[in-house]
Design a protein. Structure first.
Length: 97
């Protein structure tokens, strides 16, 4: 993943998944959740974590679209929660007018 911000802007998922993730965002704890979601000993920088989370979410979304039995809606929502939480930690970019 080269640019997580661009990938975030292009992310399109079903409304129900996004709503569920927004509800869970208040309980997001990056030190606890990132270790489990991206299998890391310590939480990486938000940029690095976001890139890895987006890759994981893309893989699970492929499974969702294929409608296979291996799809886990709870893991998908957890990944979306973490993506939203990490995106909030990114520094704001200045836009040229």
């Amino acid at each position: 993943m080269t640019d997580p911000v661009a990938a975030l802007a292009a992310l399109r998922r079903p409304r129900l998944l996004i709503r569920a993730a927004r509800f869970g965002l208040t309980d997001y704890d990056r030190s606890r959740d990132l270790r489990r979601l991206i299998r890391a000993d310590a939480p990486p920088s938000p940029e690095c974590a976001l890139g890895r989370l987006i890759d994981e979410e893309a893989a699970i979304d492929t499974v969702r679209r294929a409608k296979t039995a291996g799809y886990s809606v709870s893991r998908h929502v957890e990944l979306l929660i973490a993506i939203m939480g990490e995106a909030r930690l990114l520094p704001r970019r200045e836009t040229a007018l």
